[in-house]
Ligand binder design. Structure first.
Ligand code: NAD
Ligand code: GLY
Length: 361
């Protein structure tokens, strides 16, 4: 088992990573009081709920479970209310603990519910997708979607602990695994060049779900994320580098309709565009563009944007992305492999070239 720490002074917390952690002793010390509410969904409950319940014996805890409908389309205020209904029906008090058992959708919703219930209760993340292990469960971004925008209603609210049991990834569909690998590759590109090299060597093991390779990916990714979050918890600056490819990706997700492209797939095509633009601006060699493409392709991820999307559509959708709301369009670009910057200082013509090229290569 590996253990890392997210250093945020009084809000610091550990991330445990390993096999078979679900029903381990690591959970209990982070539970405050006796009242525990597990929030999960109807896909994950039949697979892993019992394992978690076994770690929370009835003599020590009073456990309630809220099972949400599965899917990004249910990540909204209406579904969030089901968590509050469960907590209030059980008469849970401010000393209760919420446990999010699921991917990023469950984690974001349970975290937001924990931030709001009685003005804030204890909360633990038990991520079950690769994406949630390497990204959404760490760093305290929580929330739900609004009809007018993704993740627009939410709060920064850190968990007490994150428990990533990589053995649950065995049941994860291949496409969801690949979507998580996109975020893993992101860390190599933005802040961990030697990890990028490791991924180039070991991507087959990762895609074959070899436990050791998966655990290594989660550890290296969480180390990077923890470091960035510790420097900039509320995304006033450097945390934005975690959004490499996301502004392009959000445009693809919005244009294609949520759910048609998975978030990680859209981020993969978006990262390709960010690396391409970084090259056109003279920051990185063409070999890095090729290496990024090869790695994404080896992970069964898209490297081109949807053929039907025009440059105008891209630019319009990118302009309404929330990262652009408080000013002009800002993009995350590479200065070199393993070093990213957030900048509004890019050549609009080169951006057009990237958008055009992303469809034609
Ligand atoms: P998800 O939560 O929708 O999970 C993907 C699918 O896999 C779901 O159908 C889920 O039920 C299923 N699943 C989960 N674990 C499984 C397992 N072990 N075996 C079999 N099936 C399993 O998607 P996700 O990719 O985990 O998360 C995407 C969400 O995360 C989006 O809503 C996105 O906005 C959010 N997100 C948040 C942050 C953050 O910092 N908070 C960062 C990135 C993404
Ligand atoms: N997923 C980006 C962040 O947590 O800031």
């Amino acid at each position: 088992m590996n253990s890392l720490q997210v250093e945020l002074e009084e809000r610091s917390y550990p991330i445990y990573i390993g096999e078979g952690l679900l029903c381990s002793e690591h959970l209990k010390p982070h539970i405050h009081g006796r009242q525990v509410c597990i929030v999960t969904n109807d896909t994950i409950a039949p697979l892993y709920l019992q394992g978690l319940l076994d770690a929370l014996p009835g003599e020590d805890f009073r456990v309630e479970t809220v099972v949400l409908p599965d899917g990004e389309k249910h990540k909204n205020l209406e579904t969030l209310n089901l968590i509050f209904d469960g907590l209030l029906q059980a008469r849970f008090n401010r000393q209760c603990t919420l446990i999010a058992l699921g991917g990023g959708v469950v984690g974001d919703m349970a975290g937001f519910a924990a931030a709001c219930y009685q003005r804030g209760v204890n909360f633990i993340q038990v991520p079950t997708t690769l994406l949630s292990m390497v990204d959404s469960s760490v760093g305290g971004k929580t929330g739900v979607n609004h009809a007018l925008g993704k993740n627009m209603i939410g709060a920064f609210y850190q968990p007490q602990a994150v428990l990533a049991d990589v053995s649950v990834l065995r049941s994860l569909p291949e496409r969801e695994l690949a979507a998580g690998v996109a975020e893993v590759i992101k860390y190599g590109l933005i802040c961990d060049a030697s990890f990028f090299l490791w991924l180039e060597e070991n991507i087959d093991k990762v895609m074959a779900k070899e436990a050791e390779a998966l655990a290594y990916c989660v550890v290296r990714s969480c180390e990077s994320k923890a470091k960035v979050v510790a420097q900039d918890e509320r995304e006033g600056g450097i945390r934005a580098i975690l959004n490499l490819g996301h502004t392009f990706g959000h445009a693809i997700e919005t244009a294609q309709g949520y759910g048609n492209w998975l978030h990680g797939e859209a981020v993969a095509a978006g990262m390709m565009m960010a690396v391409d633009l970084s090259h056109r601006m003279g920051n990185v060699p063409v070999s890095l563009v090729e290496r990024t493409r090869n790695l994404l392709q080896a992970a069964n991820l898209p490297t081109q944007s949807p053929s039907g999307m025009t440059n105008e559509e891209f630019l319009e959708l990118m302009a309404v992305d929330k990262k652009a709301m408080d000013g002009g369009l800002r993009l995350v670009l590479l200065e070199e492999l393993g070093r990213a910057i957030v900048t509004a200082d890019f050549d609009a013509q080169l951006l057009e070239q990237t958008l055009t090229h992303s469809r034609s290569t």
